[in-house]
Design a protein around this ligand. Structure first.
Ligand SMILES: Cc1ncc(COP(=O)(O)O)c(C=O)c1O
Length: 398
């Protein structure tokens, strides 16, 4: 069968590909240390699960309004106001099937073929493929590792053209964990206003910040025309499988996104919406408990990685990923890029991680530390062993 040009422009998410490969090995009884998955290893908190069970028992199991139930929209804007000082109205909120659907719909609603989207690299791979699918042109902005992958408005401005329609900002960032400071965020929004493009701010990791950094959202600004906030309950409440996300922004843009939703998924799952109301309105302690555990794991993994010759590691400021540079190890073994490194690592010592080329850089790997401290210890031990045994390519050939 012949497939569309649009579908041929994209590929399956490399993150899923790694997860699948690791799952295959596990199914063969192999003990894999899995640093691949971008999801919390904690169960969904009990109060949230109970809300879903109640929804089923009360037969809340039918179609809901396409853009989400009124109660959930209200809960989202109230939570956002409480956490970040924003003032969105429920009609400025769209509930989606995960944050990913909000991003997909926003790009589809705004981008014509040839329009430009500025995407800071390293980037979460779905941004790239979603824009490619829509026929947009991705303009990547390389952030610098020696600056902690910092995103600067000055650098963005140099890439803005009359065709720029969207700037993607993802802070804390997947895969680097880099956080854009509030002052820089304001500069980016001012630039979006001045040059009239949409700043799409993906806040999916907004509660996972370390060393006393305070959660921040541009949503507290009054701007509605140039800003779209994309949020998700997936990571904050360990609800990845429930598929609840949202967008906050101008109601005209949300209406355009809703059209697409009405012809694709319709509403987010009714039961999951009730669970989401409880997540947002119920006790918030579980978020702090998870954050405290991530903070411990982060220290362990950064220290462990830095102790391995051939690996360098920027301290991530948020999210639950580290993005070490394995360039020294690649050079030592004559490996072409981090994809080759990741493949050999999985085959030889059974450690799964996602290679950097998926995120737009050649020499890095993404490690998710949303896994137990025991797994982190074991993974570091295997990684160290793997790197120490690497030999120059010519030595292997002999
Ligand atoms: C940066 C970023 N944005 C959005 C998402 C989407 O999450 P979900 O669709 O589960 O809400 C993810 C998931 O990994 C992500 O890493």
């Amino acid at each position: 069968m012949q497939f569309s040009e649009a579908i041929n422009r994209i590929s399956v998410s490399p993150t899923f590909a790694v997860v699948q490969k690791a799952a295959k090995l596990k199914a063969r009884g192999i003990d894999v240390v899995d640093f691949g998955a971008g999801e919390p290893d904690f169960p969904t908190p009990e109060n949230i699960k109970q809300a879903a069970i109640r929804a089923v028992e009360q037969n809340f199991t039918k179609y809901t309004p396409t853009g989400g139930i009124a109660e959930l929209k209200q809960a989202i804007v109230e939570r956002h106001a409480k956490d970040f000082g924003s003032s969105y109205k429920p009609e400025e909120c769209l509930v989606t099937v995960g944050g990913k659907q909000a991003i997909f719909e926003a790009v589809a609603a705004v981008i014509n073929p040839g329009d430009e989207v500025i995407l800071p690299a390293p980037y979460w791979v779905s941004f790239l493929d979603i824009v490619n699918y829509a026929g947009g042109r991705v303009v990547t902005l390389e952030t610098r590792e020696d600056e902690g992958f910092a995103l600067r408005a000055e650098a963005v401005e140099k890439l803005v053209t009359p065709k720029t329609r969207i700037l993607v900002v993802n802070s804390p960032n997947n895969p680097t964990g880099a956080v854009v400071p509030p002052e820089e965020m304001q500069k980016l929004l001012a630039l979006a206003e001045r040059r009239n493009f949409l700043l799409m701010s993906d806040e999916c990791y907004c509660h996972f910040l370390y060393e006393g950094r305070k959660p921040f959202s541009l949503g507290a600004s009054k701007n509605r025309e140039n800003l779209l906030i994309v949020g998700s309950l997936s990571k904050t409440y360990s609800m990845t499988g429930w598929r609840v996300g949202y967008a906050l922004g101008a109601s005209s843009l949300l209406d355009a996104m809703l059209k697409l939703q009405s012809h694709s998924t319709s509403n987010p799952t009714s039961i999951a919406q009730k669970a989401a109301v409880e997540a947002l309105r119920g006790p918030q302690e579980s978020v702090q408990t998870m954050l405290a555990e991530y903070a411990r794991r982060r220290e362990k993994i950064v220290a462990g990685l830095r102790s391995i010759p051939g690996i360098e590691c920027v301290n991530p400021e948020g999210a639950f990923y580290v993005y070490p540079n394995v360039g020294g190890a690649l050079e030592k073994a004559g490996m072409e890029d981090a994809t080759a490194f990741a493949e050999r690592l999985l085959e030889e010592v059974h450690v799964a991680l996602v290679p950097g080329p998926a995120f737009g850089t050649r020499e890095h790997v993404r490690i998710s530390y949303a896994t137990s401290q025991e797994q982190i210890d074991e993974g570091l031990r295997r990684l160290k062993q793997f790197v120490s045994q690497l030999r120059p390519a010519y030595a292997q050939a002999r």
